[in-house]
Design a protein around this ligand. Structure first.
Ligand code: ADP
Length: 600
């Protein structure tokens, strides 16, 4: 990189020697050796030639130490850093960033080259091709034979590799052949000129240098896809990166580092235009490493299943264990759920069976209760049927007398037969009602008009109990729909009316009115049956709804307990309260209004 003009070099050497001699007497015996490891990209001799001005300057300005330049290739230099056989390093930016990441190296100065735009924009790559080659863009290199210095060469490969990658050509996979030639770098240029390769990656300015020195002719080769950076004297195929740094190592004594840093910054510019300045920002090199997944980012290449396995086997094992545990837990939960479902289904079936049994029992009881009511009502029924039969008999006799007397006018005869028909229909309707009531059948719920059903029950009761006086003035314009079995409602109503009449008979005033009231409260219908009968003793209240509780000689004691069961099965309530002064009893029952849209 550097070639000092011999005269200047000699002058500098003399100054250095003079300074050295001045201090030699005092310190020669004490001078310790400080080793500067240098990347020998142009060979061992070039190191001494290129960097002696630095060594001389440091020797001259820090006389307590003797500085020596040791040349290494990149691998050797890295080894020397790790073995701590050197104190300082001068190397390219790429190698420095790698050392910074792996070995804690840090820069104390960056070289200022005469051609650089700035210390930050100094190093680039040029991809050289023959001038007559049909290659114009970086993408044209796909499938071509390309030469480079080495995989770890910064300007001689890595910088260009990043540009190729960004142009869509992965240098590791998309080239026909990528060949690393090693040093000297000039061989690459010669090989491309000779047609042994399609292109060669070299550090920027090499081509211009070789043309200047006459090694190759101008116009034989050109730089591919050149970026002409204003103010930069060479053509590059890449962006520019920071120049070489002067590097201290972890084990370098701090005081010595400080002295060297000060000396470098104070160093006058050489005749060739080189000097040292404050360290540049090497972040851009880090970016390059990340894009190429090399150096500190080499691990990014391991994102394969195998790489992941190697890196995270512990975590993977843990995740696997968690998955297995989760799967086992799921299977267990599934098993428990299916077990519980089976149990629930069995319980449900049992419940249905019991409900069905209860329903059958209930319907048998209902039937028995209805028959009991009928039994109690038998004499009243006979009396009720007697009336139309007697009327029929009378009309028939009257008509027979007329026929015997020869009074055969059609009008009275027709009146008589009409009456006979009407009375026989009345008797038939009584029998129909009683048969329907006595029928044994399963209860069936449907939407019924409660007022109408109650009216029918009252009519049946009054028809069969002429001595009873039921006061019932419902609002017939009102509709009161409930979901129920109308026969069951009638059964309840008949039972309550019968009890009320019995109680009033016991009290000796059967003819007093039994008040039946109908009210709507919120979404509930409330029916009360109030009598002025004998009422109940307080201790009897406790047993009122118990089955077989009766105070009547012929009673079964089932009516109220069955009625309560019926009303509660329809979602209602049934209860009794004593009237004030124990003047009879009021029995109430309620039923919920049918839900709209047939919700029940
Ligand atoms: P039963 O009428 O066959 O006795 P119930 O279950 O209908 O059976 O009635 C049980 C008992 O409750 C009756 O025997 C009677 O003592 C009493 N009871 C029911 N209703 C009334 C009422 N309105 N007034 C007074 N006592 C009543």
């Amino acid at each position: 990189m550097l070639s000092l003009r011999p005269l200047y070099r000699f002058g500098l050497f003399l100054i250095g020697m003079a300074l050295l001699l001045q201090t030699f007497h005092a310190d020669a015996s004490n001078a310790t050796t400080v080793r500067i490891g240098v990347l020998a990209y142009r060979g061992a001799e070039a190191v001494q030639e290129d960097w002696s001005y630095v060594r001389n300057w440091l020797d001259a300005t820090i006389p307590a130490h003797r500085f020596v330049l040791l040349d290494f290739d990149q691998a050797g230099l890295t080894r020397a850093v790790r073995e701590q056989t050197i104190d300082f390093v001068i190397t390219n930016s790429g190698h420095y960033v790698a050392l910074e990441n792996s070995d804690g190296a840090s820069r104390i100065a960056t070289i200022e080259s005469p051609w650089a735009l700035s210390p930050r924009q100094s190093i680039g790559s040029a991809i050289v091709v023959r001038s007559d080659a049909h290659l114009h863009t970086l993408a044209d290199l796909a499938g071509k034979h390309v030469l480079a210095v080495g995989a770890d060469a910064f300007g001689g490969y890595q910088i260009a590799a990043r540009e190729l990658l960004e142009a869509g050509v992965d240098p590791e996979h998309d080239l026909a052949d990528l060949q690393f030639t090693g040093f000297p770098i000039q061989n690459i240029v010669h090989a491309v000129r000779a047609g042994r390769a399609d292109a060669g990656i070299v550090r920027a300015c090499l081509l211009e240098q070789m043309i200047r020195s006459g090694e190759i002719g101008a116009g034989e080769l050109r730089v591919l896809a050149p970026i002409n950076t204003k103010g930069f004297r060479c053509q590059t195929s890449s962006r520019l990166y920071p120049d070489w740094p002067f590097v201290v190592l972890r084990h370098t004594p701090a005081e010595l580092s400080k002295q060297v840093a000060i000396a470098l910054l104070r160093m006058p510019r050489t005749a060739d235009g080189y000097s040292w300045t404050v360290p540049a920002d090497y972040h851009v090199v880090d970016e390059l490493f990340r894009e190429l997944k090399i150096g500190p980012y080499a691990y990014l290449r391991q994102w394969t299943f195998e790489g992941l396995l190697r890196l995270y086997w512990g975590w993977l094992l843990l995740i696997l264990a968690l998955l297995v545990a989760w799967a086992m837990h799921t299977v267990r939960v599934e098993h428990l759920v299916s077990l519980r479902t089976r149990e629930l289904r069995a319980a449900q079936e049992e419940q249905h069976r019991m409900a069905e049994e209860a329903r059958l029992r209930q319907s048998t009881l209902d039937h028995a209760a209805r028959l009991a009511i009928l039994g109690e009502m038998a004499s009243a029924i006979a009396h009720e049927l007697n009336q139309p039969l007697a009327a029929i008999r009378n009309f028939a006799r009257g008509m027979a007398r007329r026929i015997t007397a020869g009074r055969l006018e059609p009008a009275p005869l027709l009146d008589g037969t009409g009456e006979i028909v009407a009375q026989s229909e009345r008797a038939a309707s009584i029998i129909r009602n009683i048969r329907a009531f006595a029928q044994k059948r399963a209860s069936e719920q449907k939407s019924v008009d409660l007022i109408a059903v109650l009216g029918e029950a009252i009519a049946l009761f009054c028809g069969t109990h002429p001595q009873a006086h039921v006061s019932w003035q419902p609002d017939t314009t009102q509709t009161a729909k409930v979901m129920a079995d109308p026969l069951q409602i009638q059964q309840v109503m008949l039972n309550l009316l019968k009890n009320a009449l019995d109680a009033q008979q016991t009290a000796g005033h059967a003819h007093e009115p039994i008040e039946v009231q109908f009210r709507m409260e919120a979404s509930t219908y409330r029916i009360t049956v109030r009598d002025s009968g004998c009422g109940l003793e307080p201790e009897q209240f406790a047993h009122l709804f118990e089955p077989f509780f009766t105070t009547k000689p012929e009673g079964l004691g089932l009516g109220l307990s069955l009625s309560k069961g019926i009303i509660e099965s329809l979602g209602g309530t049934l209860f009794a309260v004593a009237n004030d002064g124990n003047a009879g009893l009021t029995v109430c029952f309620s039923l919920p209004e049918e839900e709209p849209f047939g919700g029940a």
